[in-house]
Design a protein around this ligand. Structure first.
Ligand code: EPU
Length: 422
């Protein structure tokens, strides 16, 4: 198990290229199931979640190769074991998004129920309801979801909204299944996240007929078959947002390359409101901090609202604001494992139900802290860059799930992070 020693405070400068999106790559890898043959995916990041997804696809019968340039080739000619094992889905909830494509291709799928995780309960009822609407018969057995559609799926108008709004992977599952269903499917209250738009564009390149991409109403005309394709995943907007916070929290200037500001409007809006300048440059932007950080209020929401996946990182940043901020979590109301750890670093955070009152402090002070989930651990690394002294972050494997060798990206910019295997 690795730990980080982070020396702070530091100033950063220079340029960093944002990697391909984890959360776009995972459902797109699952989409390869739908088109027998060899698909090639470009700019897929080297992350442990991607390796786990590759292992899951291999267990189904796919053959995967990783080219030196980073492309992933998925040969889905043979799928002879349509089962998503507990051992894998337990480690990575996104494993659930093989359910829709397997059902559409094989007429049957068995996928382990994912269970809860550090950020909350995370049910899959909307995934299952959507697939049932398409005609699947679904029952649970020994912790597995057994989905069957021996005579194929049939298009329908489906409402996919839930108590917290749309569902990202639920939309991905039903969208993928609907591409091969008979007739027209309309998904109302579909997730509008750029990762879902990227998936839909990939499916269209494979021969699917999807309209309304990027909107809450997806219209899918079912087709008989899909063809394998070559496709490039979008830059990771959450990684980009994390580097923006890195610049802001260290009072630095960074050039982010390969970053789509148009997909980050809520984030850019909040950063500008607290005094950070963000200017477009080339295929990215320059992020710089001028003067004190002002306090602000943030409410996480489905896209195009402020992303829950940047809530923890912004909490670290607002800890150093000149005044009080309020952060309300409306996507995963329990996603606050980082609060106690940031308080160990002398932040002043008070949780009130699904909200946290962030009273700005003058400085953060290094401490040993424990990473609890992917984005919480990113927040601790960011806090460590600004804190006085040596912050020790344990359970670094959480951060490796979603950030490719973060220390090797931050150190050339001026950070001082040492990874130690213990
Ligand atoms: N929900 C339900 N029923 C369902 C599905 C979801 O009630 O059947 C609820 C969830 O409990 C949550 C809300 O709906 O309160 C939204 O969950 P959603 O289904 O959109 O989340 P997800 O698809 O499981 C993806 C990302 C998460 C990201 C969320 C929200 C991937 C692989 N995961 O999860 O990313 O936080 O969307 O944007 O795309 C991360 O990268 O760190 C991460 C957790």
């Amino acid at each position: 198990m690795d730990i980080f020693h982070i020396e702070g405070p530091v100033q950063l400068s220079g340029s960093v290229t944002i990697n391909g999106s984890k959360n776009a790559s995972l459902p797109i890898m699952a989409a390869a199931i739908l088109a027998p043959g060899k698909s090639t995916l470009r700019t897929v990041p080297h992350l442990s979640d991607i390796s786990v997804c590759g292992k899951l696809l291999s267990q189904l019968g796919c053959k995967l190769t990783r080219e030196p340039d980073g492309d992933i080739c998925i040969d889905s000619t043979v799928i002879d074991n349509p089962v998503g094992e507990y051992e894998i889905v337990r480690r990575m909830r996104a494993g659930i998004c093989i359910l829709g494509p397997l059902l559409a291709r094989c007429g049957r799928a068995e996928v382990s129920m994912p269970g809860g995780c550090a950020i909350g309960v995370r049910p899959v009822d909307l995934h299952l309801r959507g697939l049932q609407e398409l005609g699947a018969q679904i029952h649970l057995k020994n912790g597995y979801i057994i989905a069957e559609a021996p005579n194929g799926l049939k298009g329908k108008n489906i409402f996919m909204g839930g108590p917290f709004g749309s569902t990202v992977l639920g939309t991905a599952n039903v969208l993928m299944a609907a591409t091969l269903a008979k007739g027209r499917t309309v998904i109302e209250s579909a997730a509008c996240e750029p990762e879902i738009a990227n998936l839909a564009n990939c499916l269209n390149k494979m021969g699917a007929k999807i309209k309304g991409i990027g909107s809450p109403r997806l219209i899918i005309e079912g087709v008989k078959e899909l063809q394998p394709t070559e496709f490039e995943v979008i830059p990771d907007r959450i990684e980009a947002g994390t580097f923006m916070v890195a610049a802001a929290i260290t009072a630095s200037e960074l050039h982010l390359q390969n970053c789509r500001l148009d997909e980050m409007m809520a984030v850019v809006d909040r950063l500008r409101s607290i005094g950070i300048t963000i200017e477009r440059k080339d295929n990215g932007c320059i992020v710089a901090k001028n003067g004190q950080i002002k306090p602000t209020d943030i409410t996480t929401q489905p896209y195009p609202g402020f992303p829950t996946d940047l809530q923890a990182q912004f909490m670290a940043l607002l800890s150093l604001a000149e005044g009080n901020s309020v952060i309300i979590e409306k996507v995963f109301p329990d996603r606050f494992m980082h609060v106690a750890e940031l308080n160990r670093m002398a932040a002043n955070l008070r949780k009130e139900g699904p909200a946290v009152i962030v009273a700005g402090v003058k400085k953060l002070i290094a401490a040993p802290v424990m990473a609890s989930d992917l984005r919480a651990s990113a927040a601790l690394v960011l806090a460590g860059l600004a804190a006085e002294g040596t912050t020790i972050v344990s359970r670094v494997y959480h951060i490796d799930r979603g950030y490719e060798k973060i220390e090797e990206r931050l150190n050339p910019l001026g950070a001082n992070i040492i990874r130690q295997s213990i």
